[in-house]
Design a protein around this ligand. Structure first.
Ligand SMILES: [Zn+2]
Length: 283
């Protein structure tokens, strides 16, 4: 294959080869163009990628990097703020398609006495360059080790805008973004309820993707494919969902069975049951 791409690749490589002699800030800036070219050509699996100013790595044969699937960045300019009740500092920005479900979720969480006022959206949309900074700040432990707890730039679900790392305002003995979160009141509430708002747990325990269990990291795919925006979200995560299914997920919520198992119309003419009743019936 000879052509324009090869020329771009050579120049990208040259930019990267020079970076060892430059300061980190300068190197990051000059790297950017070269890295964008590399990202655009990620279809070449043999090509080592410059993940950090001082680190390159080759994707796996299946296109993953340290088991993380590649994700393109969604333009940050379209992101919208999460509800202030779960992001009081306004730092959480999400894809517009999520907002309606997220508002419903935040309101319902605050109505549940077990966790009222506690649900927080800690980390949401993250651009690829920000992801690079986060990832590269911790690579002293080794790239493979680092990738256990942070996706490499270009391989984070957070770049899509459909993903939220949830936490609690009252961490107590369990710091946010730790496995113990799963046993906390907010962690338990999410495991039971997040699928009702279209969220699924990307990295469940024992996933064959071999990404560490992250009970705080939820991606939005809509409660069904017909929800506005859900088809696009499902397309973005199609490979992840096919090869490494999330759990729990909206698919696992027995919505159809619930309708079919309701008693024969004893409540004709009455208003539908309150959300609390619905939830109990489904379990
Ligand atoms: Zn996350």
């Amino acid at each position: 294959m000879v052509g324009q791409h090869d020329v771009k690749l050579v120049s990208a490589r040259r930019v990267m080869e020079r970076t060892n002699d430059m300061g980190e800030a300068g190197a990051m800036g000059k790297l950017k163009n070269g890295l964008m070219t590399i990202a655009a050509l990620a279809a070449s699996p043999a090509l080592a990628q410059q993940l950090c100013p001082t680190a390159t790595s080759q994707p796996q044969a299946d296109g993953r990097m340290f088991n993380h699937l590649p994700y393109a960045e969604t333009n940050g300019a379209i992101m919208q703020p999460a509800p202030p009740s779960i992001s009081p500092d306004g730092s959480c920005k999400v894809h517009p398609a999520i907002v309606a479900d997220l508002m419903r979720m935040a309101a319902d969480a605050d109505r549940d006495p077990m966790i009222a006022g506690q649900l927080r959206a800690l980390s949401c949309w993250r651009g690829t360059e920000y992801q690079r900074m986060v990832f590269c700040n911790g690579i002293h432990i080794g790239l493979m080790q680092r990738a256990q707890t942070s996706a490499p730039p270009g391989y984070s679900e957070h770049a899509t805008g459909y993903v939220i790392d949830f936490g609690t305002a009252n961490p107590g003995d369990c710091p946010n973004i730790e496995g113990c979160f799963a046993a906390s009141p907010v962690g338990q509430w999410l495991l039971k309820n997040a699928p009702r708002y279209g969220f699924e747990l990307s990295f469940p325990a024992g996933s064959k993707q071999r990404v560490t269990w992250e009970p705080w990291h939820w991606r939005w795919v809509g409660t069904s494919g017909g929800v506005p925006g859900a088809a696009s979200a499902r397309a973005v995560f199609a490979r992840a969902r096919a090869e490494y299914p999330a759990s729990p997920s909206p698919q696992e919520a027995p919505l159809v069975i619930r309708v079919m198992s309701q008693p024969e119309n004893p409540n004709a003419g009455k208003p539908p049951p309150a959300p609390e009743e619905k939830r109990k019936r489904r379990r």
